[in-house]
Design a protein. Sequence first.
Length: 445
Amino acid sequence: MKNLFISDLVNKVGQEVIIKGWVQRKRDHKKIVFLDIRDRSGIVQVIGDEKFKDLNSEDIVAIKGLVKQRPKKLINPKLLTGSIEIEGKEFSLITKAQDLPFDIGKDSINLTLPTLLDYRSLTLRHPKIRAIFQVQETITQTFRQIMKELGFVEFQAPTLVATATEGGAEVFPVKYFDSTIYLAQSPQFYKQIMVAVFEKVFTVAHAYRAEPSVTTRHITEYVGLDAEMGFIDSWIEIMETAELVLKKIIQTVNDKHVDILKMYNINVPKISTPIPRIKLKEALQIIYERTGRDIRQEPDLDPEGEKEIWHYAQEKFDSELIFITHYPTKKRPMYTYPDPDNPEETLSFDLIGRGQEWITGGQRINDYNNLIENIKKWNCNPDNFQIPYLQAFKYGMPPEGGFCIGLERITMNILGLSNIREASPFPRDMERVDIRLKKAVESQL
């Protein structure tokens, strides 16, 4: 088993080592060959003689050599190993790679999005692409860490469900033996059920939306960082918890991934304390006053409106994040708690970050009879939700609520990516499930 990684080499100057990895790049200078060797931890330069000439990009090799300090004028400050190099003595070829369809040895990778995804198993290896998912792992692990510190219990939510979570039509039916079931739109029902077990719960869950749209900010399968908490005294506690978690995530990314943020030439979002909060009606009025565009009768912000409120938050509060609260009852799902002071609005919120929605949450209806009534108002049949969802409320549910952070959406916006598909290692949408579906259909005609 491999137990020496490239990142370890800075402490091995003067020692002979054997490193294993991929050839990232080769530069042939007559009798001297320069190789950039890559493993999961970084890249190191190897200087070899003519016997290294037959190696090419993505060949997997084991190289024996001496770790040496680079001359000061040749130090590469961009690399963790930029102060050292390896004087290659010999190598063994572990696996030979076929000729590549394009060069992935450069610092940047300038490919169209379809090409980037058509060759996903190859492009994921590029350090700049791999870095996206290093940040994404940090986001997920930080979410888990802070949830545990706050006393939340993790559980695993099912993907196959008997009925639509939101009571809508945007679900994927699945043939399940002799029945039809669905892919879950969210773990919402299950995290509410688990509140009656552990009081505070979270899950990292895949969810599916059969929305017939192709945009830069939506994908069909996404990952939600979901939390739900019981015995709340106010719905504000939910928003405060979401703010705490988000600030911790952004701080950790900033502390841990300075190199990746530099690679993407971006800073983490500016955040004020507390994150500003305005009602949806205020936000719509602000947009009208700033732009003359009248969407004051709409039940939600459109993409253009989200961007305008982001600009407003920067100018007014010096913050790239802002909470929008009190969405209309008719806009929110059937389980959302209405505002007692104005039942036409809900005790709910979205967080807008860098011009897009990152988080959605709010208080839920916990009274069984009120929930039944609301399900009927949404033209749904309560019988379809009895087991296991309504059953949990029938036998006692505390005041509760929660939120969901879109993992791909927050990754995309922290790194300034232009398309959410870049923030998913294997994105699914209307046109792609690994392969481009249109192409697959055409090949069968």
